[in-house]
Design a protein around this ligand. Structure first.
Ligand code: KG4
Ligand code: ZN
Length: 372
């Protein structure tokens, strides 16, 4: 370890967060139990900046001590993430977010053993901010730099808290840009069994929300409206796609035509039927996902089943997976809400495993917008 953690080092100037950054009513140190000094092997700073969340987290010996997330609200007005605005916001947020993470974990910069960052996939301009910051910090502190694949990190979020899946397990990774069924043999030994041929599940939620004139990101809003709706009100078709691949573009088109035709008959159709439309769409997206997941479990014989990524925050997907798991005799792993959508805790956790394997990047490394 570079530099020892000193309990009581709270006054270290490096840990000072900018004024106004703390919610004074929340005692962040209340439950803090520092590990004994001898035990500390690695303190990893994780940085996430692939899309519209700037996040920094601290992982000490495989445990998360801080996970600070600054969400960029300004995209809602544009109906989707505006890449140029996103990268500018990352530039503004990255220093205060990292400082707050250090302060919450009660450590100084000099205590860090490595800096892990999201190399991709994601928006290039946004990734560049996190990558450049991580490179600069690692160089200045003379500590290793660790590049992380964002989709792998979503899966490794399962190792943040108990219960943890045992290898091999299957993970349905569903986010705004990806929908994948992954066979996870080890921390970094993963095989893609199937993926979407067009839109991702998160995009299906977000594009439906746009058709329904709801702001971006629409997934959480559809989830909320669906709670009081009838999921059988409007049956949408299930696509027939061979193997373990997915397709959501046909569903999107059928929702678009359905809503357009209904609005022609009744201009208030959306307002009068919002919960039923949301429940029907959500139910179809979830049935598409779970049918393929069941098929993957049958084909591989694996009963350790998990979900990850932003869409795994969906309450209906979570409850339906739980029910299916009971029916099929699976051990089901569903991450806590805060570790489903984009966060740096999963980057710091993945960084910790790479640190133990001494798998480091060099200063020439560049971000990758696409990275399988
Ligand atoms: O993993 P994530 O935070 O970012 C990417 O890596 O893309 O996933 C974002 C996606 C968005 O499409 C968002 O609408 C969706 O996750 N999402 C949800 C819910 N919360 C987030 N979709 C459905 N229900 C939710 N509760
Ligand atoms: Zn993500």
């Amino acid at each position: 370890m570079q530099g020892q953690y000193q309990p009581g080092e709270e006054e270290n100037k490096n840990t000072k967060a900018p004024e106004g950054y703390f919610d004074e009513s929340f005692d962040i140190f209340r439950n803090f139990v520092p590990p004994t000094i001898d035990k500390i092997m690695a303190i990893i700073l994780g940085i996430e900046s692939s899309c519209d969340e700037t996040s920094a987290a601290i992982c000490i010996d495989g445990e998360i001590y801080a996970n600070v997330i600054a969400t960029q609200e300004m995209h809602a007005a544009f109906g989707g993430v505006v890449p140029e605005l996103a990268s500018r916001a990352h530039q503004q947020n990255i220093v205060p977010v990292v400082e707050q993470a250090l302060a919450e974990a009660k450590i100084g910069k000099k205590d860090l053993d490595a800096v892990a960052f999201t190399r991709g996939p994601g928006l290039l301009g946004s990734l560049l901010v996190g990558t450049s910051f991580a490179k600069g910090l690692a160089l200045a502190l003379d500590i290793p730099l660790i590049d992380i694949n964002h989709m792998q990190a979503h899966i490794l979020a399962h190792f943040i808290e108990d219960p943890k899946p045992s290898f091999p397990f299957i993970c349905l990774t569903v986010s705004g840009g990806h929908t994948q069924i992954v066979l996870v043999r080890d921390y970094f030994e993963m095989e893609l069994l199937g993926q979407t041929l067009d839109d991702a599940a998160g995009e299906a939620f977000d594009k439906t929300a746009k058709i329904l004139q709801l702001p971006y990101p629409g997934g959480p809003l559809i989830d909320r409206y669906a709670k009081t709706g009838n999921k059988e009100a409007f049956p949408f078709p299930e696509p027939r796609i061979p193997g373990l691949d997915f397709s959501f573009s046909g569903l999107k088109t059928s929702i678009l035509y359905f809503v357009r035709d209904k609005v022609k008959e009744d201009p208030d159709f959306i307002n009068n039927n919002l919960p039923d439309i949301c429940a029907s769409v959500q139910s179809r997206i979830v049935s598409i996902l779970l049918n393929k997941l069941r098929q993957a479990a049958q084909e591989t014989g694996i009963r350790e089943i998990s979900i990850a990524g932003g869409v795994s925050a969906n309450s209906y997907l979570r409850s339906e997976l739980f029910n299916l798991g009971q029916q099929e005799g699976w051990n089901v792993y569903i991450p806590k809400f805060e570790y489903c959508t984009d966060n740096a805790a999963m980057i710091a956790m993945a960084g910790y495993f790479k640190y133990l394997a001494k798998d480091f990047a060099d200063q020439q490394i560049e971000p990758l917008a696409r990275w399988n």
